[in-house]
Design a protein around this ligand. Structure first.
Ligand SMILES: NC(=O)C1=CN([C@@H]2O[C@H](COP(=O)(O)OP(=O)(O)OC[C@H]3O[C@@H](n4cnc5c(N)ncnc54)[C@H](OP(=O)(O)O)[C@@H]3O)[C@@H](O)[C@H]2O)[C@@H](O)CC1
Ligand SMILES: Nc1ncnc2c1ncn2[C@@H]1O[C@H](COP(=O)(O)OP(=O)(O)O)[C@@H](O)[C@H]1O
Ligand SMILES: [K+]
Length: 481
């Protein structure tokens, strides 16, 4: 599944028209699916439809007709000046005898549901004046809001804060970058020719359909030496400081992602927890002779981070470089050596590597991940919401995960999980996008059950459940209608 920009979506729309596909059918399907979602969410609660003059408004007018025919009480406030398909939808509605009210008079009361069909992919700049005021009133209404295609105003402010959003034909970038404004997300197929949706040049939205085939198989004859062994190198002791938990969490992440064996290389004197790992206490960063297929390096490394990474490089194995191992010199050496490496920065670390403020990275994570993959020549996992995986020209945007994961150590678990998949033989891009998806899904399962207050180790513990869900093809965090 591809992630469209609003421009790419409009282009697809235009191509459908140029192919002779009757675009009125697309709008009719959009309206019909929207009515279906409305009924599913709100039953027969009375609707107030706010329709703009473009095609997004047209979708709203089509929805209104289906609600009317389905016996849902409603009022429609519409801008004037529709043309093309939207005008036909207006005429169809009026022919059924529903008078359209001027948008300027829009009002609502307790118990009603607002449908936001003001603006979709055609918005050219921030809303101002009347429309900005209308959006502010909508947001202040405390009524449920169903946004059609996009919450109006996105990707700018002000924008509608929807209870639910129904995307048409494909997800667009704002759906994943402004997840909060969308509320519960739905995606409707509306009959756009499939060829127009297959755009290899656009980023991927990671889905169970794409990821399930990547799950490493476990044959009957599997043994702990055959399914991937991971070396974890990290931790620091000095200056009165101790970072002992991070490498342990990475080891848990690796085991819970299916590693056969984990070798844990730690500073001497680190307090050890009972864990199924083989411990290698060392007086200073070093790589003892261990039989592993991949490494995870840098978690809790503090000032030792760089030294851990340089020691690990000697093995020439696929390596996850996390946290304190993320330095430009280190990254350059891995690239020179032709080692398969996955970098796992959050926005702060990515900003440091790119020489950009973290806010700029968080503002456009797709561009930042792409830039970092380009400058380093390595695979990049830019963590956040959404997490973006980049390698060469490829981008994968992850739809799972939630703020419950914003707690110390969840990134360490992820680093170990990626290393386990590298050790199982997956190429870096696949190991990264699969681990990121499952890690986010583990967080989603836990968020639903328990909410805020998770421990990182619990995220590791939930990885097998996330994996089982993916094996069944489940776990897509938005509904297809
Ligand atoms: N993809 C698909 O396959 C399908 C897509 N469909 C639907 O079409 C939607 C896209 O429709 P669209 O292109 O008509 O644009 P839309 O979002 O209605 O807005 C255009 C209006 O906004 C106005 N306007 C712009 N900027 C503004 C501003 N800053 N402040 C104020 N006004 C501003 C602009 O005015 P103008 O500049 O033209 O005067 C124009 O009137 C898409 O989201 C989906 O819902 C489906 O129907 C079926 C198939
Ligand atoms: N708001 C959020 N939404 C989704 N995922 C989040 C959110 N906050 C944190 N995460 C995830 O949690 C992990 C945090 O990693 P990181 O910042 O490296 O933490 P730590 O260094 O404590 O392990 C990342 O995988 C990140 O994507
Ligand atoms: K809208």
């Amino acid at each position: 599944m591809r992630l469209f920009t609003p421009e790419a979506m409009r282009e697809a729309d235009g191509k459908a028209a140029a192919m002779g596909y009757p675009t009125l059918l697309l709008m009719e399907w959009a309206g019909m699916k929207a009515a279906r979602v409305y009924r599913r969410l709100f039953g027969k609660a009375p609707a107030v439809v706010l329709a703009g003059k473009g095609n997004n408004g047209g979708d709203g007018l089509a929805l209104a007709r289906h609600l009317l025919l389905g016996g849902v009480p409603l009022r429609v406030y519409a801008a004037s000046g529709q043309g093309g398909d939207a005008l036909q939808m207006r005429q169809a509605l009026e022919a059924l005898g529903l008078p359209l009210l001027p948008l300027e008079e829009a009002s609502w009361r307790e118990g009603e549901v607002l449908v936001d069909a003001l603006f979709g992919t055609g918005l050219k700049g921030p809303l101002e004046g009347f429309y900005a005021g209308l959006v502010d009133r909508v947001n202040a209404s405390s009524l449920p809001i169903l946004a059609l295609d996009l919450p109006s105003g996105l990707p700018f402010s002000p924008h509608v804060q929807a209870t639910a959003t129904l995307a048409f034909a494909a997800l667009k970038t704002p759906h994943l970058l402004y997840r909060e404004a969308c509320g519960k997300l739905f995606l409707a197929e509306i009959g756009l020719p499939q060829a127009l949706l297959e755009r290899e040049d656009l980023p991927e939205v990671a889905t169970p359909q794409a990821l399930r085939p990547l799950l490493p198989k476990r044959p009957l004859t599997a043994h702990k030496g055959s399914v991937g062994r991971v070396g974890v190198l990290g931790g620091y002791r000095g200056d009165g400081l101790r970072y002992a938990g991070a490498p342990l969490l990475a080891a848990l992440g690796a085991y819970r992602m299916g590693a056969g064996l984990v070798h844990l290389v730690l500073p001497e004197g680190t307090p050890l927890e009972p864990l199924e790992a083989v411990f290698h206490p060392v007086p200073a960063p070093a790589l003892p002779p261990v039989k592993v297929e991949a490494l995870a390096v840098g978690m809790g490394g503090g000032p030792w981070g760089k030294a851990w990474a340089l020691e690990a490089l000697k093995a020439g194995l696929p390596t996850v470089l996390d946290a304190d191992a993320l330095h430009l010199e280190v990254v350059a050496l891995y690239r020179q050596a032709g080692v398969k490496a996955v970098l796992t920065p959050h926005a702060g670390e990515a900003g440091r590597l790119l020489g950009a403020p973290p806010e700029a990275v968080a503002q456009d994570p797709l561009a930042a991940a792409r830039a970092l993959a380009e400058t380093t020549g390595l695979t990049v996992v830019l963590k956040g919401n959404p997490t973006v995986v980049a390698e060469g020209g490829r981008l994968s945007v992850n739809p799972t995960g939630n703020p419950v994961l914003a707690t110390g150590g969840t990134g360490d678990v992820l680093a170990g999980a990626i290393a386990a998949l590298l050790a199982a033989g997956l190429p870096p891009f696949d190991a990264a996008r699969l681990a990121v998806y499952l890690h986010g899904l583990a967080g989603d399962l836990l968020a639903e059950e328990r909410g805020v207050g998770l421990l990182a180790r619990e995220v590791a513990e939930a990885l097998p459940r996330a994996r089982r869900a993916l094996e069944k093809g489940l776990g897509l965090p938005f509904a297809l209608v």
